[in-house]
Every structure is written in C-alpha cells, then in structure tokens.
Design a binder for this molecule. Structure first.
Ligand code: NDP
Ligand code: 2IT
Length: 450
C-alpha cells in the first residue's frame, strides 16, 4: 500500500474506533486504490482521500411511536449523506435491530462507488433505524414509518436526497413513508422516494431489479470466462427481495436453485426450490423459511447454529449467491465453499464477504462478482424511477428491464476493462472499486475543496 493510503487508513481507524464495519469497508476500498492513487499526485495534494472517507453529513434522530398496547417505544433513526459530488444522495433505508452508525456509514460509503458505477447521476447515502419489523402489526409499522418520516422529511427531497428500500423496508414501508411525506409537504413530489407502488409513481421492474441485475452481471462475468449459468447448482443466502428475484432469473437462465435461507436456517430442496411457495411465505405471509417444509415434506431444513458457518453455505454448489446481510462469509466459510468446488460467488447483499474471505476466493480462482457492481441494478432502476417521475410518464416492464440489462452489462465491462488496464486479472473487486472511484474523484477534483 502507498504511504498516503496507509496514513489515511490509520486516521480512519483512529477517528472511528468503534466502527468496525465502516473501517472494513474503507479498508477494502483503499487497499485496492493503490495503482490509481500512484498515478495521481494531485489526490494527496488536495486531501482527496481524507475528504472521501468523511461523510458530508450524518443525521441521527429520535423516533418515538406507540405500539398496539398504547406503550411508547423509542428507536434511533439515521441518514448518512456521504458524498453528493455526482448527484443527489441516493440509497436505501434499513430497518433492522442491528442498525448502528457504523453499519449506516459502511453502507453509505459503499453506495458512493456503486452509484458511480451505474453511470447515472446519483450520490451516495444510506439511512435506517434499529427498529425491528419482525412480529409488528401493520398498524405498528405504519405508526413507526410516520414518526420516522416526521423527522426525515426535513433532510430529503427529489433534488437533495432520495431514499428507497433495503433490509426490512419494502413496498409496504415505502407506501407509509411516502404518504406521510406527501401529507407534511402538501405536494406530490413523486421523486422523493423510490421503490414506490405502481399506482403512485413506482417503476415496473424495480422490485425485480437487484436480483435480476445480479444475474445479468453474473452472466457477463461467467461469459468472459467461458462459463454459462445453465445447469449450475446454485444456493442463495437470504429469501428476501434480492434473493427471490435472483433465484427467479437464475432459474430462467437454466440454473438449478436448490437452497434458500433466512436468519434462522435454510431449506434444501434437491429438486429445485419452489419459488412461488417462497414468494407466498415471504412476500405475502411474512413467515419463516422453515414453513416451506409443510408443502414440500421431502425438502430438508437445516438450522443455523451460533458461531458456526450458516447452514446454507455447507451445501455443495457451483454458484453461491449471498443475498442476506454483511459478513455472512468469513474465511472458514470460504474455505469450505472452495473445498466443495464453488466456481463463482455473486454478491447480492452489501459486503457479504469479509476481506480475508475475498482474498481467499481470489487466490483460489473463484470468480467473485463484487457487491458494489453486482447489486447495483436496484439503485440503477431507482434512478430510472426518478427519471420517469421527472418526465411524468411510465415505461413498460420490457423497456426498464432492457435498460437494466444494458447498465449491468456496462458495469461488468467497466470492471473488466479497469482490471485489464491495471493488470489485475480477474480481480473484479479491485476493478469495480477503481472504476467507481474514478468518476467521483474527478468530480471532487473539479468542484474544488469543499
Ligand atoms: P429483505 O429484508 O427483503 O431480506 C433480507 C433477507 O436477509 C431475509 O431473508 C433475512 O432473513 C436475511 N437476513 C437479514 N439480516 C440477516 C442477518 N443479520 N443474518 C442472517 N440473515 C439475515 O432485504 P433485501 O433482500 O432488500 O436485502 C438483502 C441484502 O441485499 C442486504 O444486504 C441489502 O443491503 C442488499 N441490497 C438490497 C437492495 C434492494 O434493492 N433491496 C439493493 C442492493 C443491495 P430474516 O427474515 O430472518 O431476517
Ligand atoms: O443497497 C442498495 O443499493 C439499495 N438498498 C437500493 C438503494 C436505492 O436507492 O434503490
């Protein structure tokens, strides 16, 4: 690593001692930027990296709400507006009990490079709350979303910051959030949130976009290495929005998806997962994946055990798609996957693979589709939703899907060309980081020290 990068990293560690996810995300990016930073002495002269790792703004706020028993509950809300140099801040909202400032900052930091890779004019941001939606009634979810928006509305806007969904935030939550925003503002600013319902300004194919986009990226990455998804035994961590539509597109491409999971454990169905049943369980009934066995008694359920490799990663597969959460795959898990003959890993989730595991995959010639590039289809289609809102018209499913496919194909091309330019072989992790960084760095240089 160059001295400059090393010293910035040291400062980040010193300044944010309790933020391990944020330090991890920054380390992963900075460690791959060496070749480009070496070519540009002006970065150090203008403290570009020091500015890049410091969020433009962090908003943290109280979210009080009434539960169904009339008891007052208090959660913490966040919005991190990390980098607005190439467009309005853009990124999802996560509702999960694990949410804290470190997780918000790592996600917002990653979003900067991901959004840059889409080629669309969107900056990096992220938000959310430590609110746990599990087991809450619809009315509790609505009251929480309304209270969350009471504060968030001061900080967002269609030209300023445009939130969307992430873990625990889907169509239902976006609906309640949008309703409250509209009521407070007394105006119909459709482009203030994305992932909206089709009846009130949403885009066709946004729901499918992250999972479909992941598979378009996988198709391109495999093609560049003379491999095809056809016939590949595939396992997927997670059974939420990203996992479900990755499974659908993988199946359409001829792969055999044999396992999906949630935080409790996984179902393994060697005949191929019945995706309609998973959609019913997760999108409609909001039940545990274990319930899959009621309709498919021949499938196997494997429970996760504290401190052990998540069950889904113990199954032998050609292609593995982590689509749940961060740091799902550590070195021990990566070693097991390699032993089981994995060919390719596609990161649908954000930072699902820790740094040691990434390096292990790369060393063992496992093709790794990095999150910032491979899951960018969601936010890219969010940007397409913003375009449609601005134009006050709606494109067909096919039109949006075609644009998404072209964007993902271009993103892979950028990762590959950058990896080639810097002699990085099939290290698309570094390719993605450098390619995403380049545009943001140029914009920051052009805009002066701000
Ligand atoms: P959902 O809430 O729809 O689904 C999340 C899935 O991951 C669930 O199956 C959930 O299981 C599982 N999961 C969540 N947290 C944990 C945990 N701590 N341990 C184990 N399993 C967990 O979210 P999404 O599908 O939208 O998001 C999944 C991932 O994809 C996240 O990393 C997100 O940041 C990323 N992503 C999402 C995009 C989008 O457009 N939605 C775009 C790009 C990336 P359980 O129900 O048991 O909690
Ligand atoms: O991580 C992500 O890219 C998202 N959760 C989607 C963000 C968005 O604005 O659509």
């Amino acid at each position: 690593m160059s001295n400059y990068i090393e010293s910035v990293l040291e400062t980040v560690k010193k300044k944010n001692p309790n933020e391990k996810e944020f330090i991890q995300a920054v380390s992963e990016v900075l460690e791959t930027l060496k070749p480009i930073v070496e070519r540009h002495s002006e970065y150090e002269a203008t403290a570009l990296l020091e500015r890049l790792v410091e969020p433009e703004r962090i908003i943290s706020f109280r979210v009080p709400w009434l539960d169904d028993n009339g008891k007052v509950q208090v959660n913490r809300g966040f919005r991190v507006q990390f980098n607005g140099s190439i467009g309005p801040y853009k990124g999802g909202l996560r509702f999960h009990p694990s949410v804290n400032q470190s997780i918000m900052k790592f996600l917002a930091f990653e979003q900067i490079f991901k959004n840059s890779l889409t080629g669309l004019p969107i900056g990096g941001g992220k938000g959310g709350s430590d609110f746990d939606p599990k087991g809450k009634s619809d009315n509790e979810i609505m009251r929480f979303c309304q209270s969350f928006m009471n504060e968030l509305q001061r900080h967002i806007g269609h030209d300023l910051d445009v939130p969307a969904g992430d873990i625990g935030v889907g169509g239902r939550e976006i609906g309640y959030l949008f309703g409250q925003y509209r009521k407070i503002k007394n105006a119909y600013e459709a482009g203030v949130l994305t992932g909206k319902g089709l009846e009130y300004g949403g885009s066709l194919a946004r729901k499918e976009a992250t999972g479909f986009g992941l598979m378009y990226y996988m198709r391109e990455m495999l093609k560049a290495n003379n491999i095809d998804m056809k016939g590949k035994v595939t396992t997927i961590s997670g059974s939420g929005n990203v996992a479900i539509y990755a499974a659908q597109k993988a199946t359409e491409m001829g792969a055999k998806v044999v396992a999906m999971s949630d935080s409790n454990g996984c179902v393994w169905d060697e005949n191929g997962i019945d995706l309609d049943e998973v959609k019913r369980l997760k999108e409609v009934e909001r039940l545990r994946i274990k319930e899959y066995l009621k309709k498919h008694p021949n499938a196997k359920y494997m429970e996760n055990k504290e401190g052990e490799t998540p069950a889904v990663y113990t199954i032998k597969a050609d292609v593995v798609l982590p689509c749940a959460t961060q740091n799902d795959i550590n070195l021990k898990t990566a070693e097991l996957m390699v032993k089981n003959g994995v060919i390719a890993v596609g990161e649908g989730a954000n930072m699902p693979t820790d740094i040691e595991a990434i390096n292990y995959f790369l060393k063992n010639n496992v093709l790794l589709a990095p999150a910032k590039a491979a899951n960018a289809g969601g936010v890219a289609t969010s940007a397409l939703e913003m375009s449609q809102n601005s134009m006050r018209l709606a494109w067909s499913f096919e039109e949006v899907d075609k644009k998404l496919d072209a964007i993902m194909t271009n993103i892979f091309k950028a990762c590959k060309e950058t990896a080639d330019e810097y002699g990085l072989g099939t290290n698309y992790v570094a390719g993605a980081n450098i390619a995403g960084f380049k545009k943001v760095a140029n914009a920051m240089m052009a805009q002066g020290v701000i």
